[in-house]
Write a protein that binds this ligand. Sequence first.
Ligand SMILES: [Zn+2]
Ligand SMILES: [Zn+2]
Length: 350
Amino acid sequence: MKTVGYAAHNSDAEMVPYHFERRALRANDVAIEILFSGICHSDLHTVNGDWGPQPYPLVPGHEIVGRVIEVGSDVKNYKVGDNVGVGCMVDSCQECDQCHSHEEQYCRVGMTPTYGAPDRIDGTITQGGYSKHIVVREEFVLSIPDTLDMSKAAPILCAGITTFSPLRTWGVKEGSRVGVIGLGGLGHMAVKLAVAMGAEVTVLSRSNKKEADAKELGATGILASTDKDAMKKATASFDLIIDTVPVKHDVTVYAPLLDIDGTLVIVGQVGPMDEFMSVPMIMGRRRVAGSLIGGIKETQEVLDFCGQHNIHPECKIIRPDEVNDAFDVMAKGDISHRYVMDMSSLAVEG
Ligand SMILES: [Zn+2]
Ligand SMILES: [Zn+2]
């Protein structure tokens, strides 16, 4: 199938239109016309080569929503016309203990990321959602509930599941005390989801600048990490802290805010962190943990949860030809919405 997307051809270049082929459908494949594609911070890191060399040309994107246009002969759960999504992975072994327990992101032989990785069957490099079409095996296709606005649903596939999974893993419920560090793409979803689970949510930020934004999302307010008195007063006042900061930073300042047995979960920075101090961990059996997206079953759960609770990511809709500008803005940091591309203006040649 002929398609078109926006690809990076090396780590310094801007993304440009790129015409390429999607594979012919296998029996268990679903072909999707992509309607909206979210822009994730990890797209930026990957394209820039921050996480290692890439198989350019590379079409990024793993927050994908669209409509089914064709299905393989063995596909059971989807039909032409269905509203569907694809997230951060498109395949896994389906046989190991992790795959069997619906944690394909931790597949023992490695899941296949949506872009930049060899396909398990034919070895071709996967290409992501900054494109007009995608072909994905049925097991990695998600159903988008009717109650969700398609134009705003895409970021749930990465930012949503990345924050939903640790909230579920650490048992957030009515009355849980949750802190969220950072109010960007991940952080604002963490706040909305935790609030909908009944938690009491506080945003941790360098200053009170985003207090109004935080309250609008349902948080009780902001705890400014630069306010020494307020930080001291907040000692041992959180059960769980979701740390969405996407750069190297120090968790030692936040650790004392956890109650005994509390956990700080890193979901933003993938790479080195500042040296940390073990004292607050030891003195309060506190934990620092990490978490990677979530399994397919849990991704369907977060989509359904957002559908039930009318939760939509804060989105700014742009055209695909504005993608490089969006990357520039994101590289400077500090945006509290997600850029989502409306793919309707992208046309396949010939
Ligand atoms: Zn992502
Ligand atoms: Zn596996």
